[in-house]
Ligand binder design. Structure first.
Ligand code: RB5
Length: 146
């Protein structure tokens, strides 16, 4: 199950992503927002991220205007490793090396075609499980309690 969230600026791109997830029979839960009225992205980052940390969803996708605000908010939540990506290489290697569990996209940055490529590679790339990467992720986790 994939957790989705957006603010008003990410709503249209989230709808494109939803269409793609429907077409590829990928299960998701949309934690809002549900229209283009102005709203605050941290509220939706929190809802979608808590679905991931709570185990209801394995991965999440958050969309705001830049993807940056969503990633800042998401990375404040214990257990979340959110990556704001607008290129294919980063979306792939943030799964392989960082075991990122949230992909953040900018609805005012990337078009739907690129966004869907980023979503697909993010959702389909496993964590490498390499010892070096595990050690570094443990160090990220230790920063959460400082
Ligand atoms: C909303 O105007 C915009 O600031 C927001 O979507 C996001 O880009 C923040 O990082």
């Amino acid at each position: 199950m994939i957790a989705l969230g957006s603010d008003h600026a990410g709503y249209a791109l989230k709808q494109d992503i939803i269409k793609h997830l429907d077409e590829t029979h990928t299960e998701y839960k949309d934690y809002g927002t549900f229209d283009e009225s102005s709203c605050d992205y941290p509220d939706f980052a929190q809802k979608a991220c808590e679905a991931v940390t709570g185990g209801e969803c394995e991965l999440g996708i958050l969309v705001c205007g830049t993807g940056v605000g969503m990633s800042m908010a998401a990375n404040k939540i214990k257990g979340i490793r959110a990556a704001c990506c607008s290129d294919y290489f980063s979306a792939k290697f943030t799964r392989e090396h960082n075991d990122a569990n949230i992909l953040c996209l900018g609805g005012r940055v990337v078009g739907a075609g690129l966004a869907i490529e980023l979503v697909d590679v993010f959702l389909n790339t496993p964590f490498s499980n390499g010892a070096n990467h595990l050690r570094r992720i443990e160090k990220i986790k230790s920063l959460e309690s400082k």
